[in-house]
Write a protein that binds this ligand. Structure first.
Ligand SMILES: [Fe+2]
Length: 340
């Protein structure tokens, strides 16, 4: 379901956001815990002061398939892996997280970076509000400005958006990775024309921040076609993991193609192969809309330089939902080995 923001509202200027939750639960009645935000800020202030440059080279890059909203409420191996990645990032003293999601895009040739100092959270369906309402987001306005400057220098029509509320494609992942406090985080929008090369270049432009210990994450989906999912078990029994029949062939085929590109190519070959996946014969079955695959382009840009050639990538785990949705979790590169 696409929602275009009314002009007079000025909520997300020049952009639109996507709610795939037709039964979203209003969260405004839930009390917030002001103490939680204070503790989180204190944690990050201490952390920034105490950050060590443990990683002098390049941080890993993640492509996470966030799946349905129930991935926030239900346990899975993907959720375990997100937490593991968060723990590793904290151990390595990241400066912050820079994300491109799948639910925020801009019209024309624009892209935007969230500069809302106090973003709200779009409510999510099928998840109890206690799982996300009190989680304090931590927008990183300084890094947002930096991203805007870098993208501007690269020729993008880019601006800040100080009214954008965050959506579950990004905060679901942040909550799972960093349940004890959100690190300074920056959200970069997509562009609604869904040009793979455009989004790949956004990633390649911001890639340099990996050398400054920022963690870059694309959050979309490997196989993500809401029109081909089987929703009945979720609607009837709240069972998003029901698998009363195998996934259909197009889902299996495209899932394999995505794995092959991530794990068998690297450097510029990864970029070429990833963009070419949008011409795969099963692509349109696997992605009825392009929004959940743009983050893969962003990741290929961020981790597909000549300098990245030979960098190992893994398919860490995957979670099938709703029969045909494959939530594959990939990581390119790794943190330096810690000597005990
Ligand atoms: Fe999504």
């Amino acid at each position: 379901m696409w929602t275009t923001v009314p002009k007079g509202k000025d909520m997300n200027r020049g952009s639109r956001f996507r709610m795939e939750d037709p039964m979203a639960i209003p969260a405004r009645d839930i009390d917030r815990d002001p103490g939680a935000s204070l503790a989180t800020l204190q944690h990050w202030n201490n952390d920034i002061r105490g950050t060590r440059s443990l990683n002098m080279t390049l941080t890993p890059v993640h492509f996470f398939s966030h799946g349905s909203t129930m991935m926030l409420g239900e346990e899975s191996t993907s959720a375990d892996y997100w937490k593991q990645c968060g723990d590793e990032a904290l151990r390595n003293g990241i400066k912050g997280v820079i994300m491109m999601g799948a639910h925020w895009d801009c019209f024309g040739d624009q892209i935007q970076v969230s500069t809302n100092p106090n973003p709200g959270k779009s409510p999510v369906a099928y998840v109890h509000p206690s799982k996300y309402v009190d989680y304090k987001l931590n927008p990183d306005l300084k890094t947002a400005k930096r991203c805007i400057d870098l993208l501007d220098e690269a020729g993008y029509n880019v601006s800040g958006n100080d009214t954008f509320d965050w959506i579950h494609d990004t905060y679901l992942i942040l909550i799972r990775m960093f349940p004890d406090g959100c690190p300074p985080s920056t959200i970069v929008s997509m562009n609604a024309r869904y040009d793979p090369h455009f989004h790949m270049k956004v990633g390649s432009t911001l890639r340099q921040l990996r050398k400054e210990n920022y963690l870059i994450i694309g959050t979309g989906g490997a196989v993500h076609n809401l029109y081909r999912n089987r929703w009945a078990p979720m609607l009837r029994f709240r069972d998003n993991f029901a698998q009363d029949s195998p996934p259909e062939h197009w889902a299996l085929e495209f899932r394999q193609a995505v794995e092959d590109v991530f794990t068998k190519t690297s450097g510029p070959q990864l970029r070429r192969a990833m963009t070419r996946l949008m011409k795969h014969p099963e692509y349109r079955d696997a992605h009825a809309t392009d929004d959940h695959f743009m983050a893969a382009m962003f990741v290929a840009g961020a981790a597909g330089d000549f300098e990245d050639e030979g960098t190992p990538a893994i398919l860490a785990t995957e979670t099938w939902e709703l029969t045909n949705m494959c939530n594959s979790q990939f990581t390119i590169g790794s943190w330096p080995a810690v000597v005990a």
